[in-house]
Design a protein around this ligand. Structure first.
Ligand code: HEM
Ligand code: HEM
Length: 174
C-alpha cells in the first residue's frame, strides 16, 4: 500500500462526502428533468423536492466545512495545490449556490417552510428586487458550474487512479 492510500479521511468527513454526493445527484436530477422534461408529471413530482433538498444540502455543507476545518490536522494532505484549490472551489460553490437561492426566496416575500420548519414566514407588499435579481443572476449558472466541477472532480479521481495515485480508498467508507 502506498503512502497516498494509507492515509484516509475521518468517518464524519467520509459519511458527509458520500451522503451529500447522493443528495447532489438527486438535486441535479430534479434540475435536469426540469430542463429536459418540463411540465410533465415527473417534473412536478421531482421539482417539489428541489427547494427542501437544497436547504438540507446547505445545512449539511455548513456542518461539513466546520468539521473539515476542525479536523484538518488529522486529514490526509491534498495531492497538489491544484487539488486543494479544486476542493476549496467545490466547498465555495456548495455554500454559495443554495445561499443565493435562499436570498431570492426571502426577497420574493413568499413563505418557505422546508420539512415543516418555519424558516421564512413571508411578507406582504413589494418584493425585494436586488435579492430576487441576485438569485436569478447567479443561482442557475453557478449551479451548473458546480455540476461541471463535480464531473471534473470524478474525472481527476479516475485519472489519478490510473496513474498510480489511487486516492479513492482515502474517501471510502470502511
Ligand atoms: C456530488 C458530488 C461530489 C462533491 C461535491 C465532492 C466534493 C469533494 C470535496 C470538497 C473533497 C475534498 C475533501 C476535503 O479535503 O475536505 C472531496 C474529496 C474526494 N472525493 Fe469527492 N465529491 C463528490 C463526488 C465524488 C465521487 C462521485 C467520487 C468518486 C469517484 C469522489 C471521490 C473523492 C475522493 C477519492 C476524494 C479524496 C481526494 C483526496 O484524497 O485527495 N467524490 N470530494
Ligand atoms: C446545493 C443546492 C442546489 C443546487 C445544486 C441547485 C441547482 C439548481 C440549478 C442547476 C438550477 C437551474 C435549472 C435551470 O437551468 O432551469 C436551479 C434552479 C432553481 N433552484 Fe436550485 N439548487 C440548489 C438549491 C436551491 C434552493 C435552496 C432553492 C430555494 C430555496 C432553489 C430554488 C431554485 C429555483 C426556484 C430554481 C428555478 C429558477 C432558476 O433557474 O434560478 N435551489 N437550481
Amino acid at each position: 500500500m502506498s503512502v497516498v492510500e494509507a492515509a484516509h479521511y475521518g468517518r464524519v468527513n467520509r459519511y458527509l462526502h458520500w451522503g451529500m454526493a447522493l443528495l447532489l445527484a438527486w438535486q441535479f436530477t430534479t434540475t435536469s428533468v426540469r430542463v429536459l422534461l418540463s411540465d410533465t408529471a415527473l417534473d412536478e413530482l421531482l421539482w417539489s423536492t428541489h427547494r427542501p433538498t437544497g436547504f438540507l444540502l446547505l445545512a449539511l455543507v455548513v456542518v461539513r466545512v466546520a468539521w473539515a476545518f476542525a479536523s484538518r490536522a488529522s486529514q490526509p494532505p491534498a495531492l497538489s495545490a491544484a487539488a486543494r484549490l479544486g476542493h476549496l472551489t467545490l466547498y465555495g460553490l456548495m455554500l454559495v449556490v443554495p445561499s443565493v437561492a435562499l436570498l431570492r426566496q426571502y426577497g420574493s416575500g413568499r413563505a418557505f417552510e422546508p420539512f415543516g420548519i418555519p424558516l421564512m414566514p413571508g411578507f406582504e407588499g413589494e418584493r425585494i428586487e436586488w435579492m430576487v435579481a441576485a438569485g436569478s443572476l447567479f443561482h442557475g449558472v453557478l449551479g451548473w458550474t458546480l455540476l461541471a466541477l463535480i464531473v471534473g472532480h470524478v474525472a481527476m479521481v479516475v485519472w489519478h487512479r490510473r496513474n498510480g495515485q489511487d486516492v479513492l480508498p482515502r474517501m471510502l467508507v470502511r
